[in-house]
Ligand binder design. Structure first.
Ligand code: GRF
Length: 235
C-alpha cells in the first residue's frame, strides 16, 4: 500500500498519469540500476565536473553522476553540484590523516556504488590504500602533455621552459603523481603572446572535451591496458 502511494507521488513529480508511469517505471528503474555511475572528487572551481555533467545531460555521455565529493567546503564545484540536484558531499581533509580522509571518501563512494572515480581538480594526493580500492578505476586530468610538466603551476612551467606545445592528459591513476597509463591527450600550441592564464584557458577548453572522450572509452570498455599503454579499440 505504502509502495503504491510512493509510486503515485513519484508519478506526480514526473507529471505523468499514474498508469503511464507504472508502465515506464520498471524500464526506468532497470535503466538507472544499469547505468554507469561516476563519483567525482574535486577541490575547487569544478569546470571539468560541469563539462561532464553537461555532456551527460546532453546525451553525449552514457553515465550518471552518483556522488560529487569535495574536501573543501568552499569549493565552487560543490555548490554547482548542489544546484544540479546531485548527491553532493563535503568530506573535509583538514585535521585528518590522508588515510583517514581517504577511508571516509571510499566509504561514501562505495555507498553510492560508483563504477568510476573521476578526479576533476582534486588537489590532494590519494593514498595507495585508496587507489587499491578502485584498481584501474580512477581517472585524472592534468593540464600538460605528460610526462612533461607534472605537479603544480604547469602552464607557467611549460612557458618558462620554452616549450612550443602543451596540452592536457587524461590518465589512469596509479601510486605515483601524474603518472598512470594515458587514455587521451590533446595538444595545444604555446603562442609567443601567451602567459600562464591565456594558455591555461585554451588548455581548459580542450580538457572539457578530452575528459568526456576518455570516459566514453573506459565506460564502453573499449580498451586494454598493456603495460603503460592503453590500447583503444576504435568504434
Ligand atoms: C584543471 O586544469 C585540471 O587539469 C587540473 O586542475 C584544474 C581543475 O579545474 N587537474 P576545474 O576545477 O575542473 O575547473
Amino acid at each position: 500500500m505504502q509502495f503504491r502511494q510512493e509510486l503515485q507521488s513519484l508519478s506526480r513529480d514526473f507529471h505523468l498519469p499514474f498508469k503511464l508511469f507504472t508502465f515506464y517505471f520498471p524500464l526506468f528503474t532497470f535503466y538507472l540500476v544499469h547505468m554507469t555511475k561516476l563519483g567525482i572528487l574535486l577541490s575547487g572551481r569544478g569546470s571539468n565536473f560541469e563539462a561532464i555533467a553537461d555532456n551527460i545531460a546532453a546525451g553525449r555521455l552514457d553515465a550518471t553522476i552518483a556522488a560529487v565529493i569535495s574536501n573543501r567546503a568552499e569549493a565552487p564545484g560543490i555548490e554547482s553540484a548542489r544546484r544540479r540536484g546531485l548527491h553532493a558531499l563535503i568530506i573535509p581533509s583538514k585535521g585528518r590523516t590522508r588515510e583517514e580522509h581517504d577511508r571516509a571518501m571510499a566509504g561514501a563512494l562505495h555507498e553510492a556504488q560508483v563504477d568510476w572515480v573521476v578526479l576533476a581538480g582534486y588537489m590532494r594526493l590519494l593514498s595507495p590504500w585508496f587507489i587499491q580500492q578502485f584498481p584501474n578505476r580512477i581517472l585524472n586530468i592534468h593540464p600538460s602533455l605528460l610526462p612533461a610538466f607534472p605537479g603544480l603551476e604547469v602552464q607557467k612551467q611549460a612557458i618558462e621552459f620554452g616549450a612550443k606545445v602543451s596540452g592536457c592528459t587524461v590518465h589512469f591513476v596509479d601510486e605515483h603523481l601524474d603518472h598512470g597509463p594515458i587514455i587521451v591527450q590533446r595538444a595545444v600550441p604555446i603562442l609567443e603572446t601567451d602567459d600562464e592564464h591565456t594558455l591555461a584557458e585554451r588548455i581548459l577548453e580542450q580538457e572539457h572535451q578530452a575528459y568526456t572522450e576518455a570516459l566514453r572509452i573506459v565506460i564502453g570498455g573499449r580498451f586494454e591496458i598493456a603495460g603503460r599503454r592503453v590500447v583503444i579499440r576504435q568504434l
